[in-house]
Design a protein around this ligand. Sequence first.
Ligand code: PGA
Length: 229
Amino acid sequence: MIYAANFKTNHTRQSTKNYMQDLQNKLSNKKTEDKVYVFPPLTALDTFEGDFTVGTQNAYPVENGAFTGEVGVEQLAEFNINSILIGHSERRDIIGESQEDIAEKFAFFKEQGFEIIYCIGESLEVREEGIEAVMTHLVSQFEGIDTRYENFVVAYEPIWAIGTGRTASVDEITETHNALKKVVDKPLLYGGSVKGANIKDIATIENVDGVLVGGASLKTETFLELVLH
Ligand code: PGA
């Protein structure tokens, strides 16, 4: 299983440092085959010692240059960062990244050999139309993306389940992940209100290879409830 913590715009440099230390102290009990990722905010990126991978929530598809307010590969390389989240619904819907922007970012970081955790997900409106509409939408979010890229992990995150406390049902996740596996034969994470109370049900679904976690990842105690469940 993959357990990925997405802090979003939470935590400071200092609190991230404390978090990483605490996480490392307690990760000795994790199953060796499980993999843990932490995506802190950009200002908290650093080199951390531990049995986990630190990635970036975002970056601009350049080495360096004149792109005010953005961070490129040169800044990430200082901390040996080579994992990135691309396509998160908050970047698509709040920041306004188009599928074209996302595909450009994907192509650039693929070229750099980054591990890409690529997020897709449908709105409640689409979900209510049924699985066919959901799959049409999800497949459209692979437009311009090389889904055969070897360092590619997909995170299915229904938008209506993100930060809402409302998780997709086991049946909904099972049906969607089964259909997605036929489209992309890559590790498939589920994201959307994953927490201690539902991790067992979600982790045992056949085509769920891991979870991408926001809210429940912000404290080591609640994140470890997932990793060590
Ligand atoms: P959540 O966020 O766990 O707070 O629902 C998940 C995500 O957006 O990655």
